[in-house]
Design a protein around this ligand. Sequence first.
Ligand SMILES: Cc1cc2nc3c(=O)[nH]c(=O)nc-3n(C[C@H](O)[C@H](O)[C@H](O)COP(=O)(O)OP(=O)(O)OC[C@H]3O[C@@H](n4cnc5c(N)ncnc54)[C@H](O)[C@@H]3O)c2cc1C
Length: 500
Amino acid sequence: MPRIRRGIMRPQMNRRSLLGAGVALGAGAATTAVATPARAQAVDGADAIVDTVVVGAGLAGLAAARKLVAAGKKVLVLEARDRVGGRVHDIGLANGGTIERGGQFTGPTQTRLQALADELGVKTFTGYNTGESIYYTADGTAIRYTGALPPMDNDSYQALGQAIYQLDTLASTVPVDTPWAAPKAEELDGQTFASWIEGNVTNANAKTILHLMSNGALSAESRDISLLWILYYIAVSGNETNPGNLTRLISTLGGARDSRFVGGPYQIATKMAAALGSKVVLKTPVRRIVQSGGSALVVADNLVVSASSVVVALPPTLAGRIVYSPALPATRDQLTQRFPLSSIGKAIAVYDKPFWRDAGLNGQVAALTGTTRSTFDNSPPDGSYGALLAFLDGDQMRAVEDKSDATVKQLILDDLTRYFGSKAATPTEFVLGRWDAEEYTRGGAPGFTPPGVLTRFGTAIRKTSGVIHWAGAETATFWNGHMEGAVRSGEQAAADILKG
Ligand SMILES: Cc1cc2nc3c(=O)[nH]c(=O)nc-3n(C[C@H](O)[C@H](O)[C@H](O)COP(=O)(O)OP(=O)(O)OC[C@H]3O[C@@H](n4cnc5c(N)ncnc54)[C@H](O)[C@@H]3O)c2cc1C
């Protein structure tokens, strides 16, 4: 039976099992940040005392821990899953390759992620972009095209260009660190992206593409997202010297989906974790954080740790599921009640060769019908086998919630066959990531805010609560919601702690 001390359900745990948990990563680290039990148990029943506990071993948490450890701090990273990486996860294929289940693309201006990858020896390569894309209209007509935008008549192009210009212009008024302080924040946050499209764009083709951009860039329906949030998301698609713009956010070549990591981005997480060694403890979900007297007790399922500071590096909704004592300020809690992750699924169909390339296709589809409406060529850099990436965004992901993996697979293969021909029907391997269903993610690529949230509760995104610092891709400024944002947010939280 667990012993109860000072109101905390505390499991039996000793130093040996604590170290065992860290060693489960297999990193073979020689040192540990954990204090001896004799000393630790003198403090509020903790198993260990460290300077900082990091909650979550995604890119944000690992980047924070890496920086703190480099500065000489004693750190423990508590991770709920049996692996690190969070929304970044690659898996080995039977054909010897590696495929990205989660985050994968990077591009220009994502400087912190690329610097980190360089330090860790993980290289990038430009994604396959040779040949034509396909646009499937609502009546099922397939139109092949080159360039960033599907083919349209001149009026439609002009209307779309005008709308993109308007969005970029509005986005340029949104401060990347305080979007709620934009000059027209009230008006912009009082409507959805969909209502802006319907109210400002008259051309039907342009409207259709703008709604589709919402699915493509955020995996979310335009009716769900605040206009201010999407403008913010555009504004942060850059860095300190290159202002964000919509074209960079949605593009492959030269944009957010320009490049991939050779061997996959999961290596960035596993290499950081390996360097941290036994400071990363897996299978240890944090349930409660108790603050008193300028320090905190972090209570996990199988461990209690005392720390001078805590970095919670989780998506906002999951951060809101931890119990805080004393209770967090109302604004912070109300924010996490209103900051969903998008609905996203990601499937990879693997083939002996990238056969679509022979037909002059680059593997990219934008479709207005189907279970998957967005595909990419996800083959390795040498094209030694073929892989098609199929996204399930927003409503398409919600529509398959009750369907079995086998049924979802068939729906996706039916779509791929429609797009690329009969060879697409028989992949050699098939990988399906249902991120909404994963207990320790529960959604997708980025979070977003509905109307009225940024202006009323946004100030709580990064505001520390006592000794708790908030990190994670959704707390970032530049490249919020992306791997770059995750790394930046973790490094920023660490820098704030080191500043004192
Ligand atoms: C399908 C998909 C495709 C994507 N594509 C791209 C892309 O191409 N390019 C790009 O830049 N980004 C992409 N992203 C987004 C990117 O992966 C994320 O923004 C980034 O990885 C988030 O990192 P993070 O550390 O902030 O959060 P997470 O990766 O979510 O890490 C949080 C960690 O906390 C753990 N955790 C949760 N609850 C607890 C708890 N109570 N106690 C302890 N640990 C807990 C989780 O297990 C997880 O490991 C994609 C995401 C998905 C899902």
